[in-house]
Design a protein around this ligand. Structure first.
Ligand code: 5AD
Ligand code: SF4
Length: 544
């Protein structure tokens, strides 16, 4: 019987990708995966530290595992990702239930570390008498210490991390039910150099490193060969991608040159484009042209200062690049942008929005540009006036959706040291709700504008309503699309499908009579929008 692993992922798409890679590596070592934590031999949490709330969820999960571990001493518990990096040994002290920890920069070592932990534990249990549980737990610490296992140099660390990205060839493309996956993430940049004062990411994920374009393109080809038709490129500041060929001798990627020598981003074209540099615009063009079977190319998350016209032109001129940008503004107040160290003013952000819409907003050909954003409310010292400026910006930007967060002070960041968290919780909550309400109103408006338009949509799976119904239906099997599981059942069940436009709008459609809805999952189909609400469009499939 293979040992079983329960792996739960918290936080961002980068974590989802890391989990997918870890899963592939562990499968290669003979582990099987289960969705039921209560009968797993190994429980892994891939964690997020961006806000305290995300960490609390993991703490409570770990608390619940205490009882499980007392009953099943063979259980091995691992904490991966940003919490492992940030909290280090403090986490193990607070939660002795944890056997293995592994930060995002050491994930390539996880399979060996975990396998050792599992085998050590098994042999300890075989040796120890049942009356001596202490003897087993005394060995827990021997399995700790992953965070101190730093690679000798940054370049060496990047090389082995790169191997983790490259390792996906062995497993991608097939889910538990043996069906082809159609959508995938591809990392192009690791880490972040921006050091926004509120953010832990530069500390947990480290310095910005750009992967070699050949590796990225090969990975896209490999995914396309295994049936993937939608690729989302990932980076914390994805449009800051820039690979200087020969700049750093490492297979792991180019470590951004020191300040002063480096390209500073901004709105202008990269002055060195075309020489020995692959810019973000070049990378998009190459993937589009060299991997034609990828029907949709997306990228997240963009940084507002780094959109040169060259990037916008490439998106405009290459039909399989999606008209969707996720470009967080964070606040509409110049004073707070400065305290956040965001590196731009509201005026520059608005200039970018105008320019992007000028290049890319083409509703007349069924390709309106959709933009989404992030806001933080209740950043230290935020006044009513600052907040009004955010509300104003949210209206002005007309985001198709916004991710709105209450400021959460994070240990290790500049903001927690420099500013007191002085906006009361009820004020944060009320500002959060006001932005959400305004965003909902805009979503509703944008949705209604789409009625009567035709869109090609990517069918991701059954709608939540149909999934619920189908989960109860006999004979349902699971199909994983976009890292999430969808239930695919028999034809007597609800056949409402959930799909996405290239601008990332969700559309619910019914499979036409006589078509097996399960066969439509993973396809791009033409539709007409017949209705809209704040959360999704409704539509029907059309021919041609
Ligand atoms: N508090 C609240 N929100 C935060 N974000 C990042 N750090 C914090 C924090 N300390 C938000 C930002 C970012 C998104 C991923 O999370 O809006 O864009
Ligand atoms: Fe964090 Fe700012 Fe980097 Fe985004 S750009 S990951 S908010 S430091």
């Amino acid at each position: 019987m293979p040992r079983t692993v329960y792996l739960e992922t918290f936080g961002c798409q980068m974590n989802e990708l890391d989990s997918e890679l870890v899963e592939g590596q562990l499968r290669a070592l003979g582990y099987a995966f289960t969705r039921d934590a209560s009968n797993a031999d190994v429980v892994l949490y891939n964690t997020c530290s961006v806000r305290e709330h995300a960490e609390q969820k993991v703490w409570s999960r770990l608390g619940e595992l205490k009882a499980a571990k007392a009953e099943r001493p063979g259980l091995v518990v691992g904490v991966l990702g940003c919490m492992a990096e940030r909290d280090g040994s403090a986490l193990m002290k607070r939660m002795p239930v944890v056997d293995v920890m592994c930060g995002p920069g050491e994930l390539d070592k996880l399979p060996t570390l975990l396998d050792n932990a599992v085998r050590t534990r098994e042999s300890l249990i075989a040796d120890a008498s049942v009356d001596e549980p202490d003897e087993v737990s005394a060995w827990q610490s021997a399995l700790q210490g992953s965070t101190s296992r730093r690679s000798a140099t940054l370049a060496a660390a990047q090389d082995s991390l790169e191997l983790l990205d490259l390792s996906r060839s062995t497993f991608v493309g097939v889910d538990d039910a043996g069906k082809s996956k159609k959508t995938a993430y591809v990392r192009i940049t690791r880490g972040c150099n921006k050091f926004c004062t509120y953010c832990v990411v530069p500390f947990t994920r480290g310095a910005e490193v750009h992967r070699p374009p050949e590796h990225i393109i090969d990975e896209c080809k490999l995914l396309a060969d295994s049936g993937v038709i939608e690729v989302t490129l990932l980076g914390q500041t994805v449009n800051h991608y820039r690979f200087e060929h020969g700049a750093a001798v490492t297979i792991g990627g180019v470590i951004q040159p020191q300040k002063g020598r480096s390209y500073q981003g901004g709105h202008r074209r990269d002055p060195f484009a075309g020489s020995n540099v692959t810019t973000f615009a070049d990378l998009l063009r190459r993937i589009h042209d060299e991997v034609p079977s990828i029907k949709r190319l997306r990228f997240v998350t963009s940084y507002p200062r780094d959109f040169g016209d060259d990037v916008l032109e490439v998106i405009r001129d290459h039909p399989r690049i999606c008209r969707y940008l996720h470009v967080p503004a964070q606040t509409g107040s110049d004073r707070l942008l400065k305290l956040m160290n965001r590196g731009y003013e509201v005026g520059e952000y608005l200039e970018f929005l105008d320019r992007a819409r000028g290049f890319l907003d083409q509703p007349e050909i069924g390709r309106p540009l959709m933009i989404s954003g992030d806001f933080i409310v209740g950043f230290p010292t935020e006044t009513d006036e600052d907040f009004e400026a955010s509300l104003w910006l949210l209206r002005k930007a007309r985001y198709k959706n916004s991710f709105i967060f209450k400021y959460s002070p994070r240990p290790g960041t500049v903001a927690i040291d420099k500013f007191s968290d002085d906006v009361p919780e009820d004020v944060k909550r009320s500002r959060n709700n006001q932005l959400l309400a305004e965003q909902n109103r805009i979503c509703d408006e944008i949705g209604r504008e789409q009625i009567g338009r035709r869109f090609e949509v990517f069918v991701e799976g059954f709608s939540p309503r149909a999934r619920k119904q189908r989960a109860k239906a006999p004979g349902a099997v699971s199909l994983t699309v976009g890292g999430r599981s969808r239930e695919v059942g028999d034809s007597a069940a609800d056949s409402q499908l959930s799909a996405r436009t290239d601008g990332d709008l969700i559309m619910l459609i019914d499979a036409p009579a006589g078509r097996d809805p399960a066969q439509l999952v993973g396809q791009i189909v033409p539709t007409l929008v017949t209705g809209a609400g704040p959360l999704w469009l409704t539509g029907e499939m059309v021919t041609g």
